[in-house]
Design a protein around this ligand. Sequence first.
Ligand SMILES: Nc1ncnc2c1ncn2[C@@H]1O[C@H](COP(=O)(O)OP(=O)(O)O)[C@@H](O)[C@H]1O
Ligand SMILES: [Mg+2]
Ligand SMILES: [Zn+2]
Length: 326
Amino acid sequence: MNCQICLRSIKKSKYPEYHDACLRDFFGSVKVNPYLDFSPATMSVEALAKVTKRMSISGVQQKLSVRVEDKKVLPTDRNGEFILKPTPSDTGFEMSSENEHLSMLICKHMGVESVPFGLFRLPNGTKAYMIKRFDKGASNRIHCEDFCQIMNINKTPDGSFKYESSYEEVGRKMLECTGGNKAVVYEFMKRLIINFLIQNGDYHLKNISLQVLNPAPEMLFDGMTPNYDSLNTRLYMKHEDVFALDLLANKEFTAEYEKLGFYTNADFYELGKRIGINRNSIDEIISAIRIKEDEIRDLIDASYLSFSLKETYSSLLFKRMDILKS
Ligand SMILES: Nc1ncnc2c1ncn2[C@@H]1O[C@H](COP(=O)(O)OP(=O)(O)O)[C@@H](O)[C@H]1O
Ligand SMILES: [Mg+2]
Ligand SMILES: [Zn+2]
């Protein structure tokens, strides 16, 4: 059996689905029961509203704030320690929990920082994706803001506000509010290319956040938050745009894009040029991805997606790999 946290095989452990070390890393102890005994799907609307009211979290996918009490994982309306995202039922997002788990793990193997996440069994036998919160330190709250907040983009009722910008503008704003910290923008470029690779077409303003780890008087952001919400959305939306935001500002496209009709490395070079990341740095990001081809194949194989979703996932991802290689 493969571990529902790291996807490596397990020889001997307390629970057949997890390495002891992986569970310890996730919950801080192997004594916490990883089998959830409440059903998000059957919780009443009022109960759900109550537990999620305090979480500034919304979206199509039903999410629950949970914490560990008495070695049990329970829904909570305060001091949540984890976010539970079950696969929504009957909405066409088949195995989205398994998809997010695999996708987040591929990102992690590509060197993207993350907090512990894994798959956990619900009473109905399905697996739900759960991630530890990164905005809580041991004793303090870590200040985080997404790019809708940072750019002061006001909410429209239909949710379209989170698509109203470009990665170029995000990059420029990132330089501005980190005091010109190029390492942060480099990290952003890396995540953008990795989300391109895994075919995440929903990398929008609310899925890009900065944090303040070391509060200074100027209150500058010092880095991106750990990764979240990376999944292969093309599995469900065959005709979705490649990117959730325009790549370049002012509806501009590169000559290469105009010629080919699809994005290639040339587009990342152009974006890089505009946000202070040189071509060599982008080549470095791409080579680091390319040498992990076998590792990615093994992760897809070891994942909890169905056989047919694994096949589709793999063919979608390697199409993008071919673009990055050319
Ligand atoms: N691990 C986490 N710790 C703290 N906040 C998080 C974490 N994961 C997500 N969030 C916050 O919750 C919001 C919703 O979570 P997300 O995974 O993006 O769900 P959705 O699929 O509904 O967009 C995010 O925009 C982010 O602000
Ligand atoms: Mg999101
Ligand atoms: Zn493990």
